[in-house]
Ligand binder design. Structure first.
Ligand SMILES: Nc1nc2c(ncn2[C@@H]2O[C@H](COP(=O)(O)OP(=O)(O)OP(=O)(O)O)[C@@H](O)[C@H]2O)c(=O)[nH]1
Length: 419
């Protein structure tokens, strides 16, 4: 039996508005929009600079007064949500308790999904938090499978009835949950995406036992949950470092970077990390893509190539990885956005199911601005980003994470877009 419950907790006395991030006013982007409209394939949509990621046709949804005011004031009033995932026993509840007892100035609503007759995690969390009223339990199954509808209901109930009581939602999944369907709830449910924005996926890794789970060969068509949890992460916490030697940690880190070349990684004991590593991540914000793909945590550096098609990195002629992995492309050069349209549209049509995450910063012709995009499976957002500095090298950076990625084909597709 799984339980899904939430509790509201105030971890600090100082209150803040729910992350009112101003939208930016950008110069006309008619060129981009013209191009982007041809981009639409299935759920795939690119957007203007001040549109919201993953929201689809919000016009026909009822406007509440808060969102109308927010729209008029031009800021994003949606409540951010963080998904904490990780294999059984990796330290999810330990991290949750750390969040609930840290001074970050945010009031947190927690949604928990636990397997087992007894709600052990619930009582552990409750005993650590300063307030444990408003606990709701649903005993239907796993968050990523049968409880998705309940998750939608619970998120909507939280934002409709108790919006004034919290600033951030944290969702702890079961150790066996696949994060993909949970993430998709935020992308595909119109009401949820109107009121709640996915801030990031934080994955706990038990350094002592993770390799065993990551290397486990599953029968065909059976998902390796541990691998998926790493693949979808925006932040990875290598937890329980007190239980392993440095050499073991190195092997594990290498394995994790191979699966996910995008996430930032931190080592921890008992889930103790800075709060800004887990809250306010902006993993799905277009205006954060630039800094994310450039950051230390993004492991693109090993895959440099020049703009003329000669690999400088240690690539094989044909790389076809049947497991989950990352492909990073870092290349100077200018891209034709129409060609990028076609390429990504084809890619999504052919491989959307296998493409877990992608992010990119592009240098496109006839534009002084970067072009940024990010996506999950066949849902993609893109828009103009920061202006290139006059003497700045215009380097394209793209990261793809997914199953059965064919690196050679991806690189060829990219090169086909260079002008
Ligand atoms: N040695 C050590 N133990 C840890 C660390 N972090 C957590 N633990 C312990 O590991 C056990 C499991 O931690 P939890 O936080 O319950 O893990 P979980 O991921 O929520 O577990 P499930 O809900 O069963 O999936 C607990 O006994 C924790 O005290 C750490 O960094 N080092």
């Amino acid at each position: 039996m799984a339980t899904l419950r939430y509790l509201l907790s105030e971890s600090s006395t100082s209150l803040k508005l729910a992350n009112p991030r101003p939208f930016h006013n950008f110069p006309p982007i008619s060129h981009f929009l013209r191009t982007l409209h041809s981009f639409v394939s299935r759920e795939f949509h690119f957007c203007s600079r001040n549109s919201r990621s993953f929201s689809t046709s919000p016009e026909y949804l009822p406007q509440d007064s808060d969102s109308s005011v927010a729209a008029a004031l031009n800021f994003d009033s949606r409540v951010p949500a963080t998904i904490i995932t990780g294999f059984l026993g990796s330290g999810k509840t330990t991290l949750l308790n750390h969040i609930l007892t840290s001074q970050h100035g945010k009031r947190i609503a927690v949604i928990e999904n636990e397997f087992g007759e007894v709600d052990i995690d619930g009582s552990l969390v409750a005993s650590h938090s300063s307030s444990n009223e408003d606990i709701v339990m649903i005993n239907n199954g796993c968050l990523c499978c049968t409880v998705r509808g309940d998750l939608v209901m619970m998120l909507l109930e939280l934002v409709k009835k108790r919006r004034d009581k919290f600033d951030h939602i944290v969702i702890e999944t079961t150790g066996l949950a696949k994060p993909g369907p949970v993430i998709e709830t935020f992308c595909s449910d119109e009401l949820v995406s109107r009121h709640v924005k996915l801030d990031g996926v934080v994955t706990l890794v038990d350094c002592k036992h993770a390799l065993q789970h990551l290397n486990e060969i599953k029968p065909r068509f059976v998902v390796n949950e541990a691998v998926e949890q790493v693949a979808y992460a925006d932040r990875i916490i290598l937890n329980k470092i007190d239980l392993v030697a440095e050499a073991e940690l190195e092997v594990l880190t290498k394995k994790i970077k191979h699966i996910n070349g995008m996430a930032q990684i931190k080592k921890a004991k008992y889930g103790v990390v800075d709060m800004d590593f887990v809250l306010g991540v902006g993993g799905y914000d277009l205006d954060r893509v630039d800094s994310e793909v450039q950051s230390e945590g993004s492991h693109c550096g090993h895959h440099h190539e020049d703009g003329h098609g000669h690999h400088k990195g240690p690539h094989h002629d044909h790389v076809h990885d049947s497991a989950v992995s990352s492909v990073c492309i870092v290349s100077e050069g200018t891209l034709d956005l129409d060609e990028v349209d076609d390429w990504l549209e084809r890619l999504i049509e052919e491989k959307g199911d296998d493409l877990y995450r992608m992010k990119g910063v592009l240098s496109v012709s006839d534009s002084e601005e970067r072009y940024v995009f990010q996506g999950v499976h066949s849902i993609l957002d893109g828009c103009p980003g920061k202006t290139w500095e006059p003497n700045e090298k215009r380097i394209n950076k793209l990261v793809f994470i997914g199953k059965n990625l064919d690196e050679t084909t991806l690189r060829k597709g990219f090169k086909g877009c260079l002008v």
